[in-house]
Write a protein that binds this ligand. Structure first.
Ligand code: C2E
Ligand code: CA
Ligand code: CA
Ligand code: CA
Length: 278
């Protein structure tokens, strides 16, 4: 009977444990969070390397859980994409950022707002229509909106992607090729896509002050960008020495913790105010 009681207790324990940690369906949890507006557009400023002037910002999604935890994008973007929720999530983030940053973007007509777009979303049938509607409802110019497309995954259909990028350009939007150098796509991809901005991944920025070969890679990317009439942005800048090395390589714009981490929209507006006064 001792054994039976122990077994029974064990069974109850297991049941209790599985009840307490019962797995919520992660897609249902995404839907709940979308409906509750828990995904927030945090933004990281982009700046001119030589002057420190703020020239725009990039939306980086954060999930603000009801318990106060802040969940990073890599923990929910892949699921949002595979479950078909990425569209709704992206437009929610962009709409909110456009609404909140409209005064700043109208005051500074050169201010650019960047948003990350997954390749599959970009190539979807509704992308351009949805984008136009979202931006049109904000009264911000399409020229102030940048679409960052990652090079980490191959854009399945480069011909189609090239057409989409061209059409976006005709509407005034700019496309940035993100994470350049760490993806698996070749140089022909950069050459053909027609993106206006080339973003150098943090990987090279990390290495640039200790590794001569990283300098060579960055110089090569800058030369390539010039040839293709693209501007260059370096990401993940944490130290002034990196700024100096990037300037020496011909890079003009950047972002990173040196100036600011991704900030809530409220904090970003404060950040801009402080910069304006000083
Ligand atoms: P990414 O587009 O390459 O963004 C740069 C990442 O580097 C961001 O991570 C940013 O917070 C981080 N970062 C920026 N400066 C520094 C720095 O100085 N030091 C360090 N250590 N990190 C820095 P985050 O926010 O975790 O985003 C990771 C990735 O998730 C992004 O990489 C982007 O590919 C994706 N992502 C973020 N938000 C969205 C979104 O709304 N939609 C989509 N489709 N993807 C998103
Ligand atoms: Ca990006
Ligand atoms: Ca990037
Ligand atoms: Ca990156």
């Amino acid at each position: 009977t001792m054994l039976a009681a122990g077994t029974l207790g064990g069974v109850f324990g297991l049941l209790l444990a599985s009840y307490l940690s019962r797995p919520v369906d992660p897609v249902a949890e995404l839907d709940r969070a979308l409906a509750a507006n828990e995904f927030k557009p945090y933004v990281q400023p982009t700046f001119r390397l030589k002057t420190g002037d703020i020239i725009g910002c990039e939306i980086l999604a954060r999930w603000e859980k009801p318990d106060g935890r802040l969940i990073p994008p890599m923990s929910f973007i892949p699921l949002a994409e595979s479950s078909g929720r990425i569209e709704k999530l992206t437009w929610q983030l962009l709409k909110t950022a456009l609404r909140e940053l409209q005064p700043e973007m109208k005051q500074d007509k050169l201010f650019k707002l960047s948003v990350n777009i997954t390749p599959r979303h970009l190539l979807g049938d509704r992308f351009i229509d949805d984008l136009r509607k979202t931006v049109a409802s904000s009264s911000v110019s399409t020229r102030q909106v940048v679409l960052e497309v990652t090079e980490r995954e191959e854009l399945a259909d480069l011909d189609k992607a090239t057409d989409v990028v061209k059409e976006l350009g005709e509407l005034g939007f700019r496309v940035a090729l993100d994470d350049v150098g760490i993806g698996h796509s070749g140089l022909s991809y950069i050459q053909r896509l027609g993106a206006r901005i080339l973003k150098i991944d943090k990987f090279f920025v990390d290495a640039i002050t200790r590794d001569q070969s990283a300098i060579v890679v960055v110089q090569m990317l800058v030369a390539l960008a010039r040839e293709l009439d693209m501007s260059v942005v370096a990401e993940g800048i944490e130290h002034q020495e990196q700024v100096d090395a990037l300037i020496a390589c011909g890079v003009e714009e950047g972002q990173g913790y040196l100036v600011a981490p991704p900030l809530s929209l409220g904090r970003f507006k404060q950040f801009l105010d402080v910069r304006r006064v000083s």
